[in-house]
Design a protein around this ligand. Structure first.
Ligand code: PLP
Length: 421
């Protein structure tokens, strides 16, 4: 039974959520003659001025290659790049900056682990445990590894449309053949928040290596890798107010140090001879070639920006927006909702009866509302749910209950437009 939620307060604990919108120049515009309502934050978030300014400052004042030069600009660029690494370590409470590898994003982080860790630790007959709600990024790299090694993928099932993991059944899946358990923290299609600390603890008891896909959680709630007890955790800067092209792979130091390189090239070597090369220690061993220096600097600014608001506050606000939207949608006729009824993240996935998800998104766009429709890179999950696609509205702290009211009104207009109301 879903009850109507009151709109979340827009001023709470000294935070004026609506006022934060002024930090995001892109939000202040009209699309198709209507005020933009940006509800595609699970795909990528918008960037505050502080991040844009940090990029501009870097390129106007400090731009140089890192770790190579001894001139002033190179020293400044190197210091800023390494400061971003230290900041990322603090952001997730890693023990050391050496546990932070900069990547292009979540996808590259998982590919790095599947290739470098996988080639050393996975053999024929081993099992890799995933859940049925994984993003393609947390499936395909493991399929490639399984093809190379003869390992097998197994999928921990979800409980139908509400999309929860049934922990009572976990022992059936955590068997002695399982060598790695890779799981999403927050589902980008369902809004499910998985109990990842408990999942990692249960895996650890059996000596199983764990990886958390934090793409949808890193910018939305506090993360503490020591408390979570994972071996690896990956996330993308662009989903948390940072630039595209930069992400983080956290790896427990002993595990990272035991892994062979991922890619070869400059920056990652100690010495190169025609016959043979030697590698630097982690994390530099995993960062071949010129890295995304400005991306790391922009990510640093994004982490500072988020922590000024407070990630606990953001998590609470997200959940309030998610609950408010879900309760309002549940009152529409002819709607199928996906994901948990309560305790959901700040997104809603749904289908309107007899209206294709792409049509919902196209008509919503004409009214200024940016949604996403499709399989959300969750084709196996869609298959399990017996659908091809869903429409999705995903929120961030700069979204407001008024925008949700307008979005629900637009869905009513769409139902009328297609004659299904
Ligand atoms: C849960 C999840 N994992 C992985 C990814 C992939 O992230 P990226 O494309 O930034 O590598 C996404 C992106 O939507 C995601 O939502």
């Amino acid at each position: 039974m879903i009850t109507e939620a009151a709109p979340p307060a827009q001023k709470k604990k000294g935070i004026d959520w609506s006022a934060l919108r002024a930090d995001f120049p892109i939000l202040d515009q009209q699309v198709h003659g209507q005020p933009l309502i940006y509800f595609d934050n699970a795909a990528t978030t918008q960037k505050p001025r502080a991040v844009l300014e940090s990029l501009r400052h870097y390129y106007e004042r400090d731009n140089a290659n890192v770790h190579r030069g001894i001139h002033e600009l190179s020293n400044r660029a190197t210091a800023a790049f390494e400061a971003a690494r230290t900041r990322a370590a603090a952001f997730i409470n890693a023990r050391s900056a050496d546990e932070i590898v900069f990547t292009r994003g979540t996808t590259e982080g998982i590919n790095l682990v599947a290739t470098a860790w996988g080639s050393k630790n996975i053999k024929a007959g081993d099992k890799i445990l995933l859940t049925e709600m994984e993003h393609h990024s947390n499936i395909v790299p493991w399929q490639l590894l399984a093809e190379r090694t003869g390992a097998k993928l197994v999928f921990f099932p979800i409980t139908g449309d509400v999309g929860l993991l049934d922990l009572n059944r976990l022992d059936e899946w955590l068997t002695k053949e399982v060598k790695l358990f890779a799981m999403t923290h927050i589902s980008n299609s369902l809004g499910t928040i998985n109990p990842v600390a408990e999942l990692c603890a249960r895996a650890r008891q059996l000596g199983i290596t764990t990886l958390i896909d934090a793409a949808q959680s890193a910018g939305h709630r506090p993360l503490d890798v020591q408390e979570l007890g994972c071996d690896f955790l990956v996330f993308s800067g662009h989903k948390m107010c940072g630039p595209t092209g930069i992400g983080v792979l956290y790896g427990r130091q002993e595990v990272l140090e035991s892994m062979p390189p991922y890619q070869g090239g400059g920056e990652m070597i100690l010495s190169v001879a025609f016959e043979k090369s030697t590698w630097k220690h982690a994390p530099h061993r995993f960062e071949a070639g010129t890295p995304d220096i400005s991306g790391a600097i922009g990510l640093h600014a994004a982490m500072d920006y988020l922590d000024k608001i407070g990630r606990t506050n953001i998590a609470q606000h997200d959940q309030e927006l998610g609950a408010y939207a879900y309760a309002k949608l549940a009152r529409l006729s002819g709607i199928r909702l996906f994901g948990p009824h309560i305790g959901r993240a700040g997104l809603v996935s749904f289908l309107l009866k007899d209206v294709h998800a792409h049509d919902v998104v196209t008509v919503a766009d004409q009214r200024g509302v940016a949604l996403r429709g499709g399989h959300h890179c969750n084709q196996p999950l869609m298959h399990k749910l017996g659908v091809e696609s869903t429409a999705r509205a995903s929120f961030y702290f700069y979204n407001t209950p008024d925008e949700i009211d307008r979005f629900v009104e637009v869905l009513g207009e769409i139902q009328k437009f297609f004659g299904v109301k």
